[in-house]
Design a protein around this ligand. Sequence first.
Ligand code: GRF
Length: 195
Amino acid sequence: MKKRVAVLISGRGSNMTALIEAAKAKDYPAEIVVVVSNRPDAAGLGRAQQAGIATALIDHTAFGKDREAFERALDAQLQARQIDIVCLAGFMRLLTPWFVERWSGRMINIHPALLPQFKGLDTHRRVLEAGVEEHGATVHFVSAGMDEGPVILQKSVPVLGSDSEATLAARVLEVEHQIYPQALRMVAEGRARLP
Ligand code: GRF
């Protein structure tokens, strides 16, 4: 039985697309059942529809400041589709402890840096400013703190002297698209789990 996966997005959805592509393989242990966006203008919604995947829009602005009300609507969507695993893929909402706890061990995220270094936004710019020689991407279980939680997979890329934010981002994105499907496979097969 394949694990039933929901991918949560807010934007272009290139990691979402990588997961959809990987899940086409017969022996892949997970199927992408639904893509959920909190933003109506997320380009990934159209890409998911083109790929024949069900989509849902849960616009967080409709819930004002009530984060939990938004998350209850999201959770209802996930329950209705009998989701086993949630993949955050460029999902730009902080989640409350209630939601994180509810999906503990069953929710993973991709971050464009070698965690625990460079949590948060603008990682490529900050990496260039810091002058480090190595950068990369991380897939991790989601826990209460932002960009925290046990690492499932990481892959590094070199930072070149000639790099701009854009060239570095593109190099990192390429490895994101490699490790996210690999990490989801590990979770779906029970080879990666919370201690
Ligand atoms: C990726 O760099 C991801 O690591 C970060 O947000 C970006 C989303 O890009 N969390 P995309 O929507 O998957 O193309």
